[in-house]
Design a binder for this molecule. Structure first.
Ligand SMILES: [Fe+2]
Length: 202
């Protein structure tokens, strides 16, 4: 049965008058380091941020300022998971609303787990964070068990591991399939992109 304790029970975030407002890279990383003591989780968030930004620029052709909002949503999407697990998603959204950040950032963060937070991804930015979140963690887990980590890692080996439900069992394959079904890019292509971009982060 689905856990309903994290449902946000809202579908509108922030104030449209704040469009374009952001946190600088330093401000976002300061928040990340203050709220997330767990270094593994920090790395996961930085990886999702890096993949989101790279996708925005390279695949959506967005300018730097817009791609920065993709990065910001990625790098902060789990900011409250460590210290406030019972308020996961709600807490960071409220913090960013308090700081008058662009609504697209909070909308995107709220979209990273529709089954948990009850918010359906709307924009491409929303859909991509949903696609990247579980896959990013899964690909990192796959890299960690390889002697050469990301070096030489190929798409097929990741696809094979996805079918092996005993590997990284906490990663929900149904969520990955659901996320990918909402975009028009094949899973293989997404996996290849994540491998390539994520290895630059660690
Ligand atoms: Fe995440």
């Amino acid at each position: 049965m689905a856990d309903t304790s994290l449902l946000l029970n809202r579908t509108s975030f922030g104030d449209p008058a704040n469009a374009g407002n952001t946190l600088t890279t330093d401000e976002a990383l300061a928040l990340l380091h203050e709220w997330v003591p767990n270094e593994k989780l920090q790395l996961h968030m930085k990886q999702v941020g890096a993949v989101m930004k790279a996708w925005a620029m390279e695949r959506e052709g967005l300018p730097e300022a817009e791609a920065h909002q993709w990065w910001l949503a990625g790098v902060l999407h789990d900011a409250d998971w460590d210290l406030y697990p019972t308020e996961h998603c709600r807490r960071i959204i409220e913090e960013l609303e308090r700081r008058h950040i662009d609504p697209i950032v909070m909308q995107c963060i709220a979209s990273h787990g529709p089954r948990h937070f009850g918010v359906e991804p709307q924009t491409k930015m929303d859909k991509m964070i949903y696609v990247f979140d579980e896959l990013s963690g899964f690909i990192h887990a796959s890299a960690l068990i390889r002697p050469t980590k990301y070096d030489g890692m190929d798409v097929k080996s990741v696809q094979k591991k996805l079918k092996n439900l005993a590997f990284a069992a906490q990663v929900n394959r149904d969520e990955i399939a659901d996320a990918v079904s909402r975009i028009d890019v094949p899973l293989e292509e997404i996996i290849g992109f994540v491998i390539e971009k994520q290895k630059e982060v660690g």
